[in-house]
Design a protein around this ligand. Structure first.
Ligand code: FAD
Length: 401
């Protein structure tokens, strides 16, 4: 590769049309190059060292944008953007085609390394199908029709979680199990700006709620005073919804019937695992790989899909429910249930065909991690070396929010 001959730089930028302002990049950046105002998340070119740590954790991929420029865009410029500037105009101004190409090559190499998971960053399972991402954004929204909206949790419970079916009609909207979509609530925020999209995991397998339909289901929990969750939970059938995405290129299901999948979730974290289970049932019902679901809720009445899950045969899915607020019962969390299945877990973790997925409340990973470490210790397995190996080979995934 030839070294650039001019003072061009490659600038790391965030796409304001796709970004959901979840703060993950700012939390992840080891050098504090990412910052934000009330409008946009931006990268300070004078600090960013292209370490790529922020690329994989970003749930939408909006972080993965680059421009070759002769003068870096300032923070103020980036704060004011509604959309990213085009590369062509900037490159033409620099007038050095060869140098631009050299820098673009360099960025591609760094990205490739980041995506390969060097340093233990999340990567997709090797057997996963290739996902489509960012087909729709704020500038080009998909419009879905609500064809179903019903409550999953007991009417007596104060937790309202809903199963919402969105139909995309004749607009292509291909999703894989484990991906998310963005939903844009109508109206504006307190600054008079359109609401940013909120992400929701796809709860159906590829191919739709019913096979060969262009629809998908979401599992949405109503949050007190939450803009988008209340909007979605209140939508009657026939309503139109603006959608972005699909998003997510790593939290994907292995497409290998021999893969064992340990799924651990709380609340609406069950959504992707519904998709995984349905995919197995539909596409490979006699798969030799095991599916295990560790599912935590406060009470059975608050556990989304409790009824339908009871009917899933044990042969297809091993179910381990745990409840933390049943009167007169000890509090049991997912990590406790993992410990009570220690021997089985250790056997699975020895197997290179085993994948782990954790989805749900922020903070649940550490308890689960300790339970895995205990299960491994009891079986003389070194979890501290198994876990990074699993991450690097796309077999250990966490999605919490
Ligand atoms: P917001 O309006 O964004 O408010 C956020 C919080 O602030 C709320 O809890 C609300 O209680 C509080 N709040 C807001 N306004 C006020 C106020 N005036 N006074 C007091 N408190 C206030 N969620 C799901 O339900 N299902 C999923 O499958 C799902 N998947 C996700 C996948 C990913 C990768 C990510 C990142 C998130 C996912 N989420 C999911 C979370 C979802 O994106 C939203 O964050 C969630 O629905 C809350 O959005 P909201 O617009 O309702 O709340």
């Amino acid at each position: 590769m030839n070294a650039p001959t001019t003072e061009l730089i490659k600038q790391h930028l965030i796409d304001p049309e796709i970004c959901i302002r979840c703060n993950t990049c700012e939390e992840t950046c080891p050098v504090d190059a990412v910052t934000h105002d009330g409008n946009n998340y931006v990268v300070d070119a004078s600090i960013c060292n292209h370490c790529m740590d922020c690329i994989s954790p970003c749930p939408t991929g909006s972080i993965d944008n680059w421009r070759v420029v002769s003068k870096a865009y300032s923070l103020e410029e980036q704060y004011s953007w509604e959309e990213l500037p085009k590369q062509e105009e900037v490159a033409a101004a620099a007038g050095e085609g060869g140098a631009v190409e050299a820098l673009e090559d360099e960025v591609s190499k760094l990205l490739e390394e980041a995506r390969k998971g060097l340093g233990g960053k999340p990567v997709a399972p090797h057997s996963a199908s290739k996902p489509t991402v960012n087909l729709y954004n704020r500038g080009k929204l998909a419009v879905a029709t609500v064809t179903g909206n019903f409550r999953l949790t007991d009417a007596a419970s104060d937790t309202d979680v809903r199963h919402i079916i969105l139909d995309f009609g004749d607009q292509p909207f291909p999703v894989l199990e484990g991906q998310s979509i963005g939903v844009v609530a109508p109206g504006t925020d307190e600054n008079g700006k359109p609401h940013v999209a909120r992400l929701y995991s796809v709860a159906s397998p590829r191919g739709g709620e019913k096979p060969n339909t262009n629809n998908l289901a979401l599992t949405v929990k109503r949050e007190d005073k939450g803009v988008c969750s209340n909007y979605l939970c209140d939508l009657p059938r026939g309503s139109k919804v603006e959608v972005t995405g699909p998003f997510g290129a790593t939290f994907l299901m292995p497409d290998d019937p021999a893969a064992n999948i340990i799924m651990i979730c709380t609340g609406t974290g069950s959504a992707p695992f519904r998709g995984f289970t349905e995919r197995r049932r539909r596409a490979m019902p006699d798969a030799p790989g095991r599916l295990l679901l560790f599912f935590g809720a406060r009470r059975p009445e608050e556990l989304p899909y409790f009824g339908p899950l009871q009917k899933v045969p044990e042969k297809l899915l091993g179910k381990y429910f745990c409840y933390s607020r049943v009167p007169d019962q000890p509090r049991v969390y997912v990590q406790d249930r993992i410990r009570s299945e220690m021997a089985q877990i250790a056997t699975l973790l020895r197997d290179d065909k085993t994948h782990v997925y954790i989805c749900g409340l922020k903070g649940m990973e550490s308890g689960v991690d300790e339970a895995f470490a205990d299960a491994c210790r009891a079986a003389s397995i070194d979890w501290s070396s198994v876990k990074p190996r699993m991450r690097e080979s796309g077999r250990y995934h966490v999605e919490t929010y």
